[in-house]
Design a protein around this ligand. Structure first.
Ligand SMILES: O=C(O)CCC(=O)C(=O)O
Ligand SMILES: [Fe+2]
Length: 289
């Protein structure tokens, strides 16, 4: 079995896979990240994830941030992010994991997850697009559908924030797992969840995952985090990606100046996203809180 088919096998059976080599220029990505983090923490960049809100829509009041939204936005003037998002380093992996052609890939989210500065924070156990109060039947129906998107975290510094339950992307929760994920509260100890593991990424490592894997995360104000957090989908899923992606507010991507700054591959991927967006009404939000 070649390396990529081993990765793909792990991704399919476990719902996640660690890949060491999707970043060739970590220094430039780190430098751009530092500039963007500074803008976010100083209030110059309004699109951020605020402490106290786990899922979109994120509030504006809290001053502490645990994420920077829309790092490819032209107002940030950091073209390295879209260059990397459309690079062979990533596209080759994503195509294989999604089992699609490059001409079917659609541009989606690209955010960054950072440590809050003055509060510890955490996300409860969840699947990104299935509510915690879904019945076993509803959960099974949602998980049985082939997932036409992949999400990833690429660590620019060591990152031990994320926890997952391997294999849970395909099966409903056991009653015990349900009791740990029915609450809106973040867990005191994530490893109390039956079957859970902590995902530890070394700098430049990436975890690709099915965002409907059962997962949670904890954020310490004392552990530096700058982790690129992105997703890509394939058009084969029709509008099945719409809510997951569009709830983050992507109107800025339809401005001509964004497309003008992309390479040809990026413009094709963007055009496919815009087409999906045009065919979709109000998507609402996947999760509360
Ligand atoms: O912090 C992380 O790595 C996970 C974030 C997450 O699960 C989410 O934004 O839904
Ligand atoms: Fe999530």
């Amino acid at each position: 079995m070649n390396t990529m088919s081993k990765f793909k096998d792990a991704y399919e059976t476990q719902g996640y896979v660690l890949i060491p080599s999707c970043v060739s220029d970590i220094d430039s990505l780190r430098a751009a990240s530092e500039r963007v983090i500074t803008k976010t923490r100083s209030g110059q960049w309004p699109y951020r994830r605020t402490v106290g809100r786990q899922f979109p829509p994120f509030g504006e009041d809290e001053s502490d941030s645990w994420g920077v939204q829309h790092v490819m936005h032209p107002d940030l003037e950091e073209p390295i992010f879209s260059q990397w998002y459309t690079s062979d380093d990533l596209i080759d992996v994503v195509k294989d994991l999604l089992e699609c052609e490059e001409s079917e890939l659609q541009m989606e989210l690209f955010n960054m997850l950072i440590n809050p500065e003055s509060h510890d924070f955490a996300l409860r156990w969840h699947r990104d697009d299935v509510r915690e109060n879904a019945s076993e039947q509803e959960e099974r129906a949602a998980l049985d559908v082939w997932h036409h998107g992949v999400q990833w975290n690429t660590a620019l510094y060591e990152d031990a924030c994320l926890y997952v339950v391997p294999g849970s992307h395909k099966v409903p929760r056991t009653p015990e797992q349900r009791s740990h994920s029915y609450t809106m509260e973040a867990p005191k100890n994530p490893l109390d969840m039956p079957g859970s593991i902590q995902v530890i990424l070394k700098p430049a490592e990436t975890v690709f995952y099915n965002s409907n894997i059962l997962h949670c995360a904890t954020y310490s104000r004392l552990a530096k985090r700058a982790t690129l957090h992105a997703s890509m989908g394939s058009i084969l899923g029709g509008s099945s990606r719409a809510r997951n992606v569009l709830q983050h507010g992507l109107n800025w991507m339809t401005e001509p100046r964004f497309g003008a700054g992309l390479n040809e591959r990026g413009r094709g991927m963007l055009a496919r996203l815009v087409k999906m967006k045009e065919g979709t009404g109000d998507v609402g939000y996947s999760l509360d809180g």
